[in-house]
Design a protein around this ligand. Structure first.
Ligand code: PPS
Length: 572
């Protein structure tokens, strides 16, 4: 069917799924084979290996190909290939594998997706790999951080037999393999297709850029967003896909298609751009839009970008002929107010006022519930973004109290609970030290290890409550700084996090001794008692400090309410 389409990279589409007969054989034989449960990134790589997106690869790279990819950006047979596709395994699994042996590759539920016929096992120099592929060993580069700190230490190369593709239950009608997209292009009569790669929501600038690109080269447009793994911290793909769906109606009929790419990006800038072009060719595209800082990883710790803004375009241009994919280069698009239109930055007359909203500013506007202008994004896209980023007064938050036993944490927490319930609008859950130890941590004692487990559990429950728009009030002693920080890191990206140090001095807590525990601790009857025979690390990162020797519980709770109001988490 696909006769008039561009041929895949290397000549033919390498779809690695076997027929049902062979599937049965493999399943039966696999009982005696060792198994490996694939990591999220390996799952993405496997999907593109099996469906032909990584043609001409027929498996995970063996050492000869790996070395050639690192040093020359080519496979050992000379085919252009910029990114090493490797299967990393821990020593315990890798050491038991010999050439010729079969390894069953499974998804996290244990379903066998593919069989690897082991070619060879070796221990790579991951720093050298990072330097060769990304041009740096800085851990600020997400591709480097992954390769060096997250990869298992051994690589196993070999050919694959695919049993089934990884399962996806979201946006199924938008997930096409290279083969099915090629068939669809054929059916539609699309010979020239320009692909748009993205990992961000699309705004008017992207709309204008893609329209111009398609018009310039008289091609149809494939919006081909990455939904596998992108840069840590990126907007989740569910929201992004709803934004792409929303924007689709703003293109001329029958000239645009949206399809999702289950790729795990490496943020490798220039080399990644070449890889993107190869993958798009396999999906039947003839052109690829490459803008400013394509697949850029951001800046290094000294604030300098890892790659020049147009370095990706330059590398792609160098290999354009061999790639067979035509690059459609674009400069940054800006909004020209007097023309009420977008233009590439280099076409704007000097002195003319241009407008732009950065990603950071957009997030700020969303969290404050401020206006998002129509010149910046389509209202239907803004609506989707608002659904995922409600303003702070609708977001969940956690108030985390820490302080000695008897410092007044529970009393203040309970007053705060009542005040927040009186205001209404969000569900409130209290996770007091005693309650948690009864219902969640009854088997735990008071060693550092057990206290950390206890606080991690509280943090996890609070993070779920916060993520889902509720309020969690936690009131454990939480004497250790490291675990308090871990909890903050867990919750902060999901909503609000306020650490309140109830700093009532030990003498006051001890003189109150409401539960009679200090007396017992002094006598050595209760061991590892915080403040007496166990440490309490005062927080240096508390958002509020409250000394109940000076404030009543009502006043203390009011201080917290005012702080929440100042941050925007409560208000009219
Ligand atoms: S921790 O460190 O955060 O896990 O402690 P936490 O779970 O908040 O402790 C809950 C209550 O346990 C009582 N208790 C002790 N506290 C400290 N050290 C020792 N050894 C100990 N043994 C029992 C104490 O009453 C804590 O409750 P509060 O409400 O803080 O007084």
């Amino acid at each position: 069917m696909s006769t008039h389409l561009i041929t895949p990279h290397g000549g033919s589409l390498k779809e690695l799924l076997v027929d049902s007969e062979r599937q049965k054989e493999l399943k039966a034989e696999s009982r005696d084979w060792p198994s490996w449960d694939l990591t999220p990134r390996q799952l993405c790589d496997l999907e593109l290996l099996l469906n032909g997106g990584f043609s001409p690869l027929t498996g995970f790279l063996t050492k000869k190909d790996y070395d050639a990819v690192l040093s020359e950006m080519r496979l050992s047979d000379g085919t252009l290939w910029p990114i090493p596709i490797t299967l990393d395994l821990p020593e315990a699994v890798a050491k038991g594998l010999d050439a010729g042996q079969k390894l069953a590759l499974r998804d996290p539920e244990g379903v066998m997706l593919a069989v690897l016929k082991v070619g060879e096992v070796w221990k790579p120099d991951l720093e050298a790999e990072a330097q060769a592929v990304f041009g740096t060993t800085s851990r600020a580069h997400p591709g480097v951080a992954y390769a060096v700190d997250k990869s298992h230490p051994y690589y196993v190369g070999g050919t694959l037999e695919g049993v089934q593709l990884p399962r996806h239950y979201d946006f199924r009608s938008l997930r096409q393999s290279p083969g099915s997209l090629r068939d669809e292009f054929s059916r539609l009569g699309w010979r020239r297709v320009v692909a748009f790669q993205t990992r961000n929501p699309m705004h008017r600038a992207h709309h204008e850029l893609t329209l111009r690109a398609a018009r310039d080269v008289e091609a149809n447009l494939l919006i081909h967003p990455v939904v596998g793994m992108t840069k840590p911290g990126d907007l989740d793909h569910y929201t992004r896909v709803r934004c792409y769906q929303a924007i689709s109606s703003n293109y001329p009929h029958n000239t645009v298609k949206l399809s999702l790419l289950p790729l795990a990006m490496r943020m490798g800038g220039p080399r990644e751009a070449v890889w993107h072009a190869i993958i798009r060719r396999n999906y039947g595209c003839t052109h690829l839009i490459v803008g400013r800082d394509h697949a850029g990883p951001g800046n290094d710790t000294d604030g300098k970008p890892f790659y020049g803004p147009y370095e990706a375009q330059e590398l792609l241009q160098k290999h354009e002929e061999e790639l067979g994919v035509t690059m459609v280069p674009f400069k940054m698009m800006v909004y020209v107010e007097e023309k009420d239109a977008y233009q590439p930055q280099d076409e704007v007359t000097e002195g003319v006022r241009v407008l732009n909203i950065s990603g950071t500013e957009l997030r700020q506007r969303l969290s404050e519930g401020r206006d998002i202008p129509e010149w910046f994004t389509f209202p239907e896209v803004a609506k989707e973004l608002r659904r995922t980023h409600p303003p702070r007064k609708k977001q969940g938050f956690t108030v985390f109290f820490t302080g000695l036993s008897g410092s007044g944490k529970s009393t203040i927490a309970n007053v705060l609970l009542v005040k927040l319930l009186e205001m209404g609008g969000r569900p409130v859950t209290i996770l007091d030290g005693d309650i948690v130890r009864k219902h969640l941590s009854s088997e735990l004692g008071f060693s550092k290890e057990h206290r950390d487990i206890n606080i991690r559990r509280i943090g996890y429950v609070a993070s779920e409550i916060t993520k889902n728009g509720g309020i969690a009030i936690c009131a454990p002693i939480a004497p250790y700084d490291n675990i308090r920080k871990e909890v903050r890191e867990m919750i902060e990206p999901l909503g609000g996090y306020i650490l309140v140090h109830v700093s009532t001095p030990l003498e006051v807590c001890e003189s109150r001794d409401r539960k009679g525990m200090y007396a017992k601790a002094r006598q050595g009857i209760i061991k590892e008692f915080t403040g007496i025979s166990d440490p309490y690390e005062e927080p240096k990162d508390a958002d509020l400090a409250i000394d109940t020797a000076e404030l009543t519980p009502g006043e203390a709770a009011q201080e917290i309410i005012l702080h929440l109001e100042k941050l925007g988490f409560i208000g009219a």
